[in-house]
Write a protein of this length. Structure first.
Length: 228
């Protein structure tokens, strides 16, 4: 072994062992992944969405910073309760946001730290606002769709007529749309589940024309690509 004075690096050289053989130094011990990296790994094992991963990581990081960068393994129900109460009292967060933070911390303790957390008592709950749902009438929907055209009209019609969420609509693939059966297969929807929904009749023909136009454009692009 030799130590360099300039960079303070350690070099390992083969050393003689019993029997005249040459032995090399063992490789350095593999470091355990950092906590947040372990959280990411467990989330991806369960195929949660990227948005859920980003949200959970953010809440766990805020929880650690709130308690002076203490490791979560050193904390428990009391610290979780103080953090969630702080969100409601000082942060003025909504009830859904507070529940999201609670879900992130439950995931951390149960799935990453393998530690069962009892139901947290004494949390100051965020007030759930009392709002009536806003539902458009058929005339209002027609007025909105009447101001759209092209791809925007088709997307809005699918959101309304097929009950798709925005990201589900944006991620639709050609093979997920069956024009003959008037069905749409939604892949990896909420909760990571697939489902089948109806394709509105008014969208069938415009969608067929749009797909033909896109196919023609792709063929034209491929013809311009030089052969290898």
């Amino acid at each position: 072994m030799e130590t360099s004075g300039q960079r303070d690096t350690v070099r390992w050289y083969p050393e003689p062992c019993a029997g005249g053989f040459v032995c090399e130094a063992p490789p350095p011990a593999r470091q355990r992944p950092r906590l947040l990296d372990q959280v990411r790994e467990e989330i991806r094992k369960r195929h949660y969405s990227r948005r859920t991963e980003k949200s959970y990581i953010g809440w766990i990081r805020r929880f650690i910073l709130f308690h002076g960068k203490r490791h979560p393994a050193e904390m428990g129900e009391a610290e979780i309760s103080r953090f969630l109460s702080h969100l409601a009292v000082t942060g003025k967060v909504s009830a859904s946001t507070q529940n999201q933070a609670l879900s992130a911390l439950f995931f951390l303790y149960r799935q990453v730290l393998s530690r069962e957390v009892e139901w947290v008592e004494g949390i100051v709950r965020a007030k759930r606002p009392m709002h009536l749902p806003i539902v458009l009438t058929r005339e209002e929907v027609r007025a909105v769709l009447g101001r759209l055209q092209g791809v925007e009209w088709m997307m809005a019609s699918l959101l309304y007529g097929a009950g798709l969420r925005l990201l589900e609509c944006c991620r639709l693939r050609v093979k997920d749309v069956d024009l003959a059966k008037r069905e749409i297969v939604v892949r990896d929807g909420k909760g990571g589940k697939d489902r089948v929904t109806l394709l509105p009749a008014k969208v069938v023909e415009p969608l067929r024309v749009h797909l033909r136009r896109c196919a023609g454009s792709m063929i034209g692009i491929l013809r311009t690509v030089p052969e290898a």
